[in-house]
Design a protein around this ligand. Structure first.
Ligand code: PGA
Length: 222
């Protein structure tokens, strides 16, 4: 099974989130490959809106863009795994933007993975290179080279595979690539037997481009 994980980052206000959903659902979403697993990660305040609007599509689920390293309690502003349970099936953990702007470390990433797991939320750990730790037992690992994020300079499939080897990721993991993934290049990644998913940011922002990307990601012979 292949994955497309759309990351809306800190984009969209309420009206824009609703327009995004309207425009996305104006497409023939049911025509997409039922074996393509689509995970959309909206900003926290819109998780419920996305979840409810897209509930009819069994291959679309909702992910959170982060998760607290702490459990429920006196942690003002944090969103815990306990809160997210039932709202999000997956959580992105350790995005390079969180590591850069919010000083997340391998220690916080591991704590977040534990929190997610404790509430049966599947962690998707993002690494920038071989220096970022992959906590034990994580199934979904996204490799996102910083040079490719938001730049339009996606990394070649060969280079992505070379890094997969360096990271020591074997076939028991779902290996996902992120960094300027678009409708134009998604098939190159997903056609490769060693890559199970892509994680687009910019291409998620426009619902028409995101739908095109999903169409191109559909029905790829394995
Ligand atoms: P991008 O973002 O597709 O805009 O490069 C990917 C990401 O940061 O997850």
């Amino acid at each position: 099974m292949n994955y497309v994980i759309g990351n809306l980052k800190s984009h969209k206000n309420l009206a824009e989130a609703q327009s995004w959903l309207d425009a996305f659902m104006a497409h023939d979403v049911a025509s997409l490959d039922p074996h393509l697993s689509i995970i959309i990660c909206p900003p926290y305040p819109f998780i419920l809106i996305f979840k409810e609007a897209l509930a009819q599509f069994h291959n679309i689920s909702i992910g959170s863009q982060d998760i607290s390293q702490y459990g429920a309690g006196k942690y003002t502003g944090e969103v815990s795994a306990f809160t997210l349970r039932g709202l999000a099936t997956h959580a992105l953990i350790g995005h390079s933007e969180r590591r850069t702007y919010f000083h997340e470390t391998d220690v916080t990433v591991s704590a977040k993975v534990d929190q997610a797991r404790s509430m049966e939320i599947a962690p998707i750990v993002l690494v920038r290179d071989e220096h970022d730790l992959i906590p034990d037992g994580v199934d979904m690992i996204a490799y996102e080279p910083v040079s490719a994020i938001g730049t339009g300079h996606n990394m070649s499939v060969d280079d992505v595979i070379a890094m997969k080897k360096k990271l020591g990721i074997d076939q028991s993991h779902m290996f996902i690539y992120g960094g300027s993934a678009t409708s134009g290049n998604v098939r190159d990644y997903l056609s490769h037997p060693e890559i199970q998913g892509v994680l687009p940011g910019t291409s998620t922002l426009d619902p028409d481009e995101f739908f095109s990307l999903l169409e191109r990601a559909s029905y790829i012979p394995q």
